[in-house]
Design a protein around this ligand. Structure first.
Ligand code: FAD
Length: 337
């Protein structure tokens, strides 16, 4: 047992003030917000995360942290909304199915009741070499120690966005849906609020895989904004080893606007395949404004994976990823919307 202090503020300003610490916002940061705790406490029990202060944010009031609001400008979702609450909202399910599918296909009912959306997007990789401290080599956990996965068992590791330092897969599902809808993330720091494209929140591992996001230390995610919509022709397709309660081997969040068979707009984000939620920009560029056919979808998927890098056990993810893109596009094309 490692000692830590536990704070339970009710004001957002107090929470942000309590969370200020020196150093980089990486996995070993000494102060951590606690949402549902389903990832954080898990990693503390495994001795991977060793915070000295927890700031419980579940009782915070204000800043629209707990609400989901709909307006002509789009959808705003508070960061403390539980996964299960958004997943069960009938109008969100009707107008933005990619957002609710991605939640329904994630984790278990118990976890979805506990976990909040802010914590969901910041969940850590499931790379076994990251989660098991008996392995010495993990650059994400211990900067400069190496990457045991590269020559280890890497069946579930990434084929896109990898570096010499890290091939760990981003594990979550919902982030891909946010990227496909061009969502923004709202953030509060001691200097005040700011927002940015959700697609800019997660970093590629590069030479510093332990720095996973562009958040500054102590910054609090307060909400997500999905501009415009509705996107009834959108979906999340998740391929996994078993049908429930498993992370993705490959997934695609796709939003499609079709007009007379032409893909007027198409957004694709991939999960289970990359080191961060992955925008499939090359595939999108080939499809946009074109007549959507299976052949074109396959060519777009080929383009997206042209630079993919496989390791000993995960080469299957390249054809699987391509097939996931094609199937999601074809299923959306065939639906009444
Ligand atoms: C057995 C199991 C199976 C799972 N399967 C899936 C799955 O299939 N798909 C999937 O997507 N997920 C899955 N998960 C992960 C689960 O969805 C996450 O653990 C959960 O969403 C995290 O949310 P939380 O509120 O519990 O976050 P916490 O554990 O409280 O926090 C996670 C991290 O985010 C930080 N944080 C939390 N909230 C904020 C905020 N508002 N601002 C800034 N930082 C914040 C914390 O400091 C911490 O570092 C699974 C988890 C388990 C245990």
């Amino acid at each position: 047992m490692r000692p830590f202090t536990y704070e339970r503020p009710t004001s957002v300003r107090d929470a942000v003030a309590l969370a200020q610490s020196s150093g980089e916002a990486h996995v070993t940061a000494p102060v951590q917000y606690k949402g549902g705790g389903t990832n954080l406490i898990d990693l503390m029990k495994l001795d991977v995360m060793r915070p000295t202060r927890l700031v419980d944010i579940t009782r915070l009031e204000g800043e629209r942290l707990h609400t989901v609001e709909r307006s002509p400008q789009g959808l705003r979702i508070g960061a403390l909304v539980p996964m299960a609450v958004l997943a069960d909202m009938p109008d969100v399910r009707r107008d933005f199915p990619v957002l609710t599918d991605a939640l329904w296909l994630a984790a278990s009912a118990q976890l979805r009741n506990m976990a909040r959306l802010g914590g969901n997007v910041l969940q850590r990789t499931r790379c076994p070499y990251f989660r098991d401290t008996t392995y010495r080599e993990c650059n994400k956990r211990e900067p400069g120690s190496g990457c045991a996965a590269k020559d280890g068992f890497n069946r579930l590791h990434a084929v896109l966005g990898t570096s010499d330092q890290c091939i760990a897969t981003y594990a979550g599902d919902w982030g891909q849906a946010l990227i496909a809808l061009d969502a923004y993330v709202e953030i509060l720091s001691p200097e005040g609020p700011r927002s940015m494209l959700f697609a800019d929140l997660h970093r590629l591992p590069g030479d510093t895989p332990w720095i996973e996001t562009t958040l500054a230390p102590g910054e609090l995610i307060t909400g997500f904004v999905v501009p415009g919509g509705p996107w009834p022709r959108s979906k999340y397709l998740k391929i996994r080893d078993r049908e429930s309660y498993a992370f993705a081997n490959a997934s695609a969040a796709v939003a499609l606007a079709l007009e007379g068979g032409i893909a007027r707009d198409v957004r694709i984000a991939l999960g289970g395949l990359a080191t961060r939620p992955w925008r499939a920009s090359k595939a999108e560029a080939m499809l946009r404004g074109q007549s959507l056919t299976e052949e074109l979808a396959m060519a777009a998927a080929e383009a997206e994976f042209a630079d993919a890098v496989a390791h000993e056990h995960n080469a299957f993810k390249i054809p699987l990823g391509k097939a996931t893109i094609v199937r999601a596009l074809m299923e959306l094309q065939g639906m009444d919307a």
